[in-house]
Design a protein around this ligand. Structure first.
Ligand SMILES: [Zn+2]
Length: 161
């Protein structure tokens, strides 16, 4: 994908990024615009699993991330998967097999195993590179806005002392 197209995708995604820089709010705003609820799902990934997975079910989308990821790593992973959505990539084939993971109230499949199976069906490397490029921009913008949102309060606090 051309750099200009990637920049345009990043620009159109900006409107979903809240002033707070909050990752969950960002995903919810995007979900509203797509008309599909999107759930962030912390899962125990094993070492062979990919870092994140976008799972599509008939009613909602899930973005699975390692439940031991730091906040920054979680944001990077979720933004990468969000980038696949924004760029109009098809969800990875084989996600039907992850329905039981998504319906995690009663999983019949070990999520780690399911995700490892899924790892064999990857995206084309160009799509991966595009998602990584856009995802990195989104995560950086979230972090920037979070810093900005925090800064004024710190200044007020300084004045009050
Ligand atoms: Zn990817």
């Amino acid at each position: 994908m051309k750099a200009r197209t990637l920049r345009r995708s990043a620009a159109s995604a900006q409107r979903f990024i809240p002033a707070s820089g909050d990752l969950t709010e960002f995903v919810e705003a995007l979900a509203r615009s797509r008309g599909r609820p999107t759930v962030l799902l912390g899962v125990a990934f094993d070492a062979e699993a990919p870092s994140g997975v976008w799972i599509v079910t008939d009613k909602r989308d899930y973005i699975a991330y390692p439940n031991d990821a730091s906040a920054a790593r979680k944001a990077a992973i979720v933004c990468h998967e969000v980038a696949h959505m924004l760029l109009g990539h098809d969800p990875p084939p084989g996600t039907e097999g992850l329905l039981s993971l998504a319906a995690s109230a009663a999983p019949t499949l070990d999520p780690a195993v399911a995700i490892r199976l899924l790892a064999r069906h990857g995206y084309a490397s160009e799509q991966e590179a595009d998602a990584e490029g856009l995802g990195t921009r989104l995560a950086a913008e979230l972090a920037r806005r979070e810093r900005l949102a925090r800064a004024p309060r710190d200044r007020v606090y300084d004045r009050m002392r």
